[in-house]
Write a protein that binds this ligand. Structure first.
Ligand code: ADP
Ligand code: ZN
Ligand code: ZN
Length: 738
């Protein structure tokens, strides 16, 4: 050890602003750098005016401090290495946040809520006794159940009792009988809360890959950095390529991270990985309990789990010797965080892959316009294409229906004649249908027909949605509830009308039109319980429910072979949002949901109901022609100077007093205008949420190192001059522009 180094530089795991800097602490007696203390160690430290100890992390050392400093109270475990520290530093600067905000992603889950309290869990295991294994022939077993257990244990050595009972269709009484004969024994083991531990998944082998798949795999070099974009229609075999690449990496004794959209982290994808690789996979997503997440983290940290599947934050799992990062459905908006740190997992993955000199593979059937542009026009991303579906049935046939004509012909129901006929056919043939509508609730707003009054949330500038299940009005922004309105509070009229259609209304209509059909609805309101998604999808599959009706969450990644019909009930609903990505989002949604049809051997059909059949995006979605859509869209973006030709900077100022907010919006504008091209401050499209007024400043710029520095300076400047009551929500290329 370097004798002169006495001081550790510590940052504190706190969101308090006055703690967001580096503090000096003396290294305690008996600690030696590189031996039992180092960069990345978790420590407990005390502050003069704080009662409890704070958790901190060592980020560096120095010889002396100019301050009179305290000694570290306790040195805990090593939490992250230098590489991860570098990434964290880069992220804090790039995403304009506190270093400690980033660190929260890197530390084991539950650290803040005292890991020591996470309960250790036990499970009962069964195995054959030594005595039996050495002298099998002496035993005469007649019971079939007993025979099954013995055969299964011979193949599996030790196995959790729950799995044994399930697979052999036996119970504890049979095991007890065998134990009494000294044939098997059961014992308790400490187990990690592995979310799929009790699952028995049959192992499978990789299929013979197609020529297209092989050629893509051959053009990806496993041992150096490159970013690739695999563009391939839904069901074209992208996942099979990921599995192959990961297999290569594992054979080199390295590890892999694969990100999938949060919403599609269903048993389907994990089962596929389990079947191919067995229990060396770990899954990380927001629905795991603290204990489960902590255990997965430990399995990764110890090297037991070599493949991490997860949502965007799985990028920060403590893997060692990372060999590849894969991002499936790379266009998905869940890769961009909308809360601090507002990182884009694709950007962070690129930096990580570069540092580790390993490949980054993106895949999608409808790539982000920005990714595709980069792949076509720069050397930053290499473009790889899969052109055909694997299944013999091929792509689904897609048809649009003009809902204006339906209305003209007197059809006032939610189903066009065409979709009605197809649904009927599917019900008769016992085939399943998915119906997609991107609005939850019953109706989107209610209005007085006499005076035009629209019921709005008291705290937000938002129309309230009627929920029939609760018979209440709900604000989808702040969650406020209100009694339903039957008499207009302004003019007293009873002529109140419900406008717009949500999933609940469709469910009610379907029940009327097809009283004999079984229907299951999937939206935020029905999936709010633990494993809510999974429960609904499993019921849909196992109980062979006729119709799955739902929002966005039914569109991702599911692979049900008996679904032969998909209906898009209101294709235009995402067209009218005031966002330059409206067309792109609409195209992605329609294409993804149509891609759910006909994934088995039977041909799929999809019907798109629209009031805008002449819109180019709807026509291209009908043809499932991403490339034509891309070519037209990229021209629009270039002409109007939108991403990828620039980056969008957005500052939303919020506070309880409108004039203060307005002044601060002006202040923000004045500070940033020195360096950037900005639009005048305006009330945000949603001008009030939860009693806070909102003003917005938009700007266009190019993200580069120089501008990142400038923004950081401007933000510091603004922070010092703004009113105390004003909060700023600042982001570059956010998902939501409101
Ligand atoms: P994607 O990820 O592009 O949607 P998948 O990899 O899930 O496509 O492939 C679609 C279906 O085709 C899956 O059921 C998969 O098991 C199967 N599949 C993929 N590649 C092959 C292949 N080379 N041979 C046989 N079946 C394949
Ligand atoms: Zn009225
Ligand atoms: Zn509200």
């Amino acid at each position: 050890m370097n004798e002169e180094v006495k001081i550790a530089q510590v940052i504190v795991n706190s969101s308090a602003n006055d703690l967001n800097r580096i503090f000096d602490y003396k290294i305690p007696e008996g600690y030696e750098i590189g031996k039992n203390i180092d960069i990345g160690y978790r420590v407990l430290v005390s502050f003069a005016n704080y009662k409890s100890l704070e958790i901190g992390y060592i980020i560096g050392f120095k010889k002396e401090s100019e301050y009179k400093c305290k000694t570290i109270s306790r040195v805990c475990d090593k939490t992250f290495d230098d590489n991860r520290l570098e990434i964290a530093k880069w992220m804090a600067k790039r995403y304009f946040c506190n270093f400690s905000d980033v660190l929260k992603l890197l530390v084991p889950p539950g650290t803040k809520t005292k890991i020591d309290k996470v309960n250790i869990k036990y499970e009962r295991f069964v195995k054959l006794t030594e005595h039996f294994l050495n002298s099998q022939d002496e035993f005469k077993i007649r019971s079939d159940k007993q025979k099954r257990i013995i055969e299964f244990l011979k193949d599996n050595k030790e196995i959790p009792a729950s799995i044994l009972y399930e697979v052999t269709d036996t119970n504890s009484a049979v095991v007890k009988t065998l134990a009494d004969k000294n044939i098997c024994e059961s014992f308790k083991v400490e187990v990690l809360r592995n979310p799929f531990f009790a699952k028995h998944v049959k192992r499978d082998e990789a299929p013979e890959l197609s020529e297209e798949q092989k050629s893509i795999i051959n053009s990806i070099s496993i041992n150096k950095f490159n970013e690739y974009l695999i563009y391939g229609v839904t069901g074209s075999g992208k996942t099979e390529i990921y599995l192959n690449l990961i297999d290569q990496v594992i054979k080199q004794n390295k590890t892999a991270i694969i990100l999938v959209p949060e919403i599609s982290l269903t048993p389907q994808i994990t089962d596929r990985f389990l079947a191919r690789f067995g229990r060396i996979i770990a899954i990380l997503h927001s629905k795991l309990s603290n204990g489960e997440r902590y255990d997965e983290w430990r399995r990764i940290d110890s090297g037991e789990a070599k493949i991490v599947i997860g949502a965007r934050s799985a990028l920060f799992a403590p893997v060692k010797d990372l060999g590849i990062i894969i991002i499936d459905e790379e266009h998905d908006s869940s890769y961009k965080s909308e809360t601090t740190p507002k990182y884009d997992a694709r950007e962070v993955a690129r930096v990580m892959a570069q540092k580790a000199d390993i490949p980054l593979v993106l895949g999608s059937a409808t790539p982000d316009i920005r990714s595709y542009y980069k792949a076509e026009n720069t050397d930053d991303i290499k473009l790889l294409k899969l052109t055909k579906r694997v299944s013999s049935a091929g792509m689904p046939t897609v048809k649009t229906v003009d809902m204006r004509k339906e209305l003209a012909q007197g059809n006032k129901t939610v189903l066009s004649k065409e979709l009605y006929e197809e649904l009927k056919k599917n019900l008769e043939n016992k085939e399943q249908t998915m119906l997609f509508l991107n609005r939850r609730g019953y109706s989107t707003f209610i209005m007085c027909r006499d005076c035009g009054y629209v019921v709005k949330c008291d705290k937000c500038d938002v129309a309230m949605t009627y929920h029939i299940t609760k018979n209440k009005l709900l604000c989808h922004y702040c969650g406020a509830e209100k009694q339903n309105v039957t008499i207009c509070p302004v003019c007293g009229s009873e002529n109140i009308r419900y406008f717009g259609t949500g999933t609940q209304k469709i469910e009610q209509a379907l029940n009327k039109i097809f009283p004999e059909a079984s229907i299951i609805r999937m939206d935020i309101d029905t999936t709010n319980v633990k494993n809510g998604h999974e429960i609904i999808l499993n019921r849909f599959k196992n109980e062979k429910i006729d119709i799955l009706l739902g929002t966005q969450m039914i569109t991702k990644g599911h692979d049900f072979s008996n679904v032969t019909l998909v209906g898009v009930l209101a294709a235009d609903s995402s067209m009218n949002i005031s966002d330059y990505r409206a067309s792109e989002r609409t195209f992605q949604l329609i294409t993804q949901v149509c891609g759910r049809a006909g994934r088995g051997d039977k041909k799929g059909r999809a019907i798109i109901q629209t009031y805008m059949p002449d819109e180019f995006v709807i026509q291209m979605a009908e043809k499932q022609d991403y490339l034509s859509f891309y070519k037209s869209e990229i021209k629009v973006r270039e002409k109007l100077n939108y991403p990828p030709f620039c980056d969008i900077m957005i500052g939303v100022l919020m506070g309880p007093n409108e004039s203060t907010v307005k002044n601060d919006a002006k202040l923000f504008y004045d500070i940033f205008k020195e360096h950037f091209e900005l639009f005048n401050p305006m009330p945000a499209p949603i001008s009030k949420v939860n009693d806070n007024f909102r003003w917005r400043v938009l700007g266009k710029m190019q993200m580069n190192d120089k501008n990142i520095d400038l923004i950081n300076i401007c933000l510091d400047n603004f922070e010092q001059l703004k009113s105390k009551d004003t909060r700023l929500n600042f982001d570059i290329n956010p998902n939501n522009m409101n």
